[in-house]
Ligand binder design. Structure first.
Ligand code: IMP
Ligand code: MG
Length: 178
C-alpha cells in the first residue's frame, strides 16, 4: 500500500462547499425535479451529500464506466459498465462526477446521454484537475479546482482502496511491485 494519506481537503471544507453548490443548483432549477446521475463508483459519496444539499425534489440514478486499468492513470478508453435504468428524455439532468482529469470519461458520457434527448444536461464535479485536460469539458458546478496531485478519499480510490476516508487526501509513494 502507498504511504499514509495526507489530508488535502477536510471533511468540513467539503461539506461547506457542497452546501453552496446545492444552493446554487436550487437557484438554477427553481422547478426542481432534477435527475442527478452519479458516475459509479467514485461519485456515490458526493452524490449522497449533494442531493441532500438541494432543497428541492431530485431523483437519483447511476451510470457506470470503466477506463480499462486500475492504476493512477486511465488508458484513454472508456466503456459503459452500467447503463441507466430509466429514460431521461425531456428531463433536466445533472451528471455528477468525483473528479475531472483528462476529460475523456465525461466527453464520452455526455455524448452517450445527449443522444437520449434530455431537456437539459449539466455537469457537477467535486474536484477538477484542469492541468490534466486532454478533451475540453464544460463543467457547470465545481467543488474545488486542484493541482495535478493524485487524491483519494470521499469516494475516490487508488486501486479500489481509500474510498471511505472522510477527507480528500493525497498519496505519494507507489506500492512496491508484487
Ligand atoms: P478522466 O476520464 O481522465 O477525466 O478521469 C476521470 C476518472 O479518473 C475519475 O472519475 C476517477 O475515477 C479517475 N481519477 C482521475 N484522477 C484521479 C485521482 O486523483 N484520484 C482518484 N481517481 C482519479
Ligand atoms: Mg470516476
Amino acid at each position: 500500500m502507498p504511504d499514509t494519506p495526507r489530508v488535502f481537503l477536510s471533511a468540513e471544507q467539503i461539506q461547506r462547499r457542497i452546501q453552496e453548490i446545492g444552493a446554487q443548483i436550487a437557484a438554477d432549477y427553481p422547478q426542481g425535479n432534477i435527475y442527478l446521475i452519479g458516475i459509479l463508483k467514485g461519485a456515490c459519496i458526493f452524490l449522497s451529500d449533494l442531493c441532500r444539499a438541494i432543497p428541492l425534489n431530485t431523483r437519483i440514478e447511476f451510470i457506470g464506466t470503466s477506463s480499462y486499468g486500475r492504476g493512477k492513470t486511465s488508458s484513454g478508453e472508456v466503456k459503459l459498465t452500467k447503463d441507466l435504468d430509466v429514460s431521461i428524455e425531456g428531463q433536466d439532468v445533472i451528471l455528477v462526477e468525483d473528479i475531472v482529469d483528462s476529460g475523456v470519461t465525461l466527453t464520452y458520457l455526455m455524448q452517450v446521454l445527449r443522444q437520449r434527448k434530455p431537456r437539459s444536461i449539466r455537469i457537477a464535479t467535486l474536484l477538477d484537475k484542469p492541468e490534466r485536460r486532454l478533451r475540453p469539458v464544460e463543467v457547470d458546478y465545481v467543488g474545488f479546482r486542484i493541482p495535478d496531485e493524485f487524491v483519494v478519499g470521499y469516494g475516490l480510490d487508488y486501486a479500489e482502496d481509500y474510498r471511505n476516508l472522510k477527507d480528500v487526501c493525497v498519496i505519494t509513494a507507489d506500492p512496491p511491485a508484487a
